[in-house]
Design a protein around this ligand. Structure first.
Ligand code: PLP
Length: 391
């Protein structure tokens, strides 16, 4: 039998990190111990108080059934509490909040809830690669909004052509940004709300790094913006700020209509989050946030060690204000980001991500994850120096 994939699969790229994993495996097969600064997956364990809550909840047979796709009412109330405490945003847990099995799945499902064939979705470039497949599979058309360093990695809304604004139904945004590590100020969100109203475009702000912010700065929630709930939703995830990436727990909040359309898609194609994980999530969201603050201090120190070391080697690295990522220009002139990342892997045994993997406007940049301990950051600098990658 000759089994052929559906045509739509040919429109999907190989997932960026699958390709990088293959390169890493090839180096490791040669006996190299690769230091992986690729994926933004928290390296430290989930805090004990969250794990303890999971263990307790797992022992309760009431938690062994099919979970509601919307999330336990207690989980949604915990999300509302967290938004009120952290952002002074009021949310109705029944109509304005739903749980998601990770925000990747939620963001990917959203186009199926909103997009008709040929509708345009405005997407930042560079962006988290998982934004694209959902749009493509839903039959939408992607229009990229360049994120330029000279504009603080904010899209220039005025530069979007009038006919595209006319056909656009949805805009994706992400601050603090992956891969750009940039913050999205409230003044920008205000412009976004007015743009959305002017062109009847739904806004989806993806904010999994909202608390991973350094140097005393702050990332506002999109939902803090006056009028935001009338035009859009925000995804938030427990993966990054509570070190729970493997647990698959996140939520979407905001406009009640958009939440109900997304719920309709999700209720038809998947289930909710295993209830003990939701109880653990409640412990995370209603706790003190001390763990998250401590993790931020740790990432900030790693960032400073790495940047100081690399700058001594002439890398001229810019300081990222947020996220677990350094996003900086390729230090070597005349080489593509892909070739440079391959060179760093081959010569220093360090895996970094070429900016081109995140889009056309990522070319010329590299992304370095801060998800290894400080002594490993020092080892990275030493390896790079030894490999002669000095400029
Ligand atoms: C911008 C962005 N959104 C969403 C996700 C996915 O997070 P989750 O673990 O909640 O699916 C990631 C993970 O890297 C991300 O960088």
């Amino acid at each position: 039998m000759n089994i052929q994939p559906a045509d739509r699969l040919s429109k999907l790229p190989v997932y960026l990190f699958d390709a990088l994993d293959a390169q890493k495996a090839a180096e490791e097969a040669k006996g190299v111990h690769v230091i992986d600064l690729g994926v933004g997956d928290p390296d430290r364990p989930t805090p004990k108080y969250i794990i303890d809550m999971l263990k307790q909840a797992v022992d309760n047979p009431k938690n062994h059934h099919y979970p509601s796709f919307k999330g336990l009412p207690e989980y949604r109330r915990a999300v509302a509490y967290w938004y009120k405490t952290n952002f002074n945003v009021e949310l109705d847990p029944d109509r304005e909040i739903m749980s998601c099995i990770g925000s990747k799945g939620g963001v990917s499902a959203l186009p199926f809830a909103l997009i008709n064939l040929g509708d345009v979705v405005l997407v930042p470039d560079p962006c988290y690669t998982a934004y694209i497949p959902g749009i493509v599979m839903a039959g939408g058309e992607v229009h990229f909004m360049p994120l330029l360093e000279e504009n603080e990695f904010l899209p220039d809304l005025a530069a979007i052509p009038a006919d595209i604004c006319e056909r656009a139904k949805l805009m994706l945004l992400n601050y603090p940004g992956n891969p750009t590590a940039a913050l999205g100020p409230l003044s920008f969100f205000e412009k976004v709300v007015s743009f959305a109203n002017q062109h009847n475009i739904v806004i989806c702000h993806d904010a999994p790094y909202s608390e991973a912010v350094f140097d005393g700065q702050r990332q506002p929630s999109f939902l803090e913006t006056p009028g935001a709930k009338e035009v859009g939703i925000e995804f938030h995830s427990l993966s990054k700020v509570f070190n729970m990436s493997g647990w698959r727990i996140a939520h979407a909040c905001g406009n009640a209509d958009v939440i109900s359309y997304l719920s309709k898609v999700k209720s038809n194609v998947d289930m909710g989050i295993f209830q003990p994980i939701q109880h653990a999530g409640i412990a995370a969201l209603t706790g003190t946030m001390d763990f998250t603050r401590e993790m931020c201090r740790i990432y900030q120190r790693r960032r400073d060690v790495l940047i100081e070391g690399l700058n001594k080697l002439g890398w001229n690295v810019r300081k990222n204000p947020a996220t677990f990522f350094i996003w900086t220009r390729v230090p070597e002139p005349g080489i593509s980001s892909t070739d440079f990342a391959a060179k760093v892997l081959k010569q220093a045994g360090v895996l970094i991500t070429p900016g081109r993997g995140f889009g056309e406007y990522g070319e010329g940049y590299i992304r370095i994850a801060l998800t290894v301990e400080e002594d490993v950051c020092r080892a990275v600098v030493e390896r790079i120096q030894k490999a002669g990658l000095v400029y």
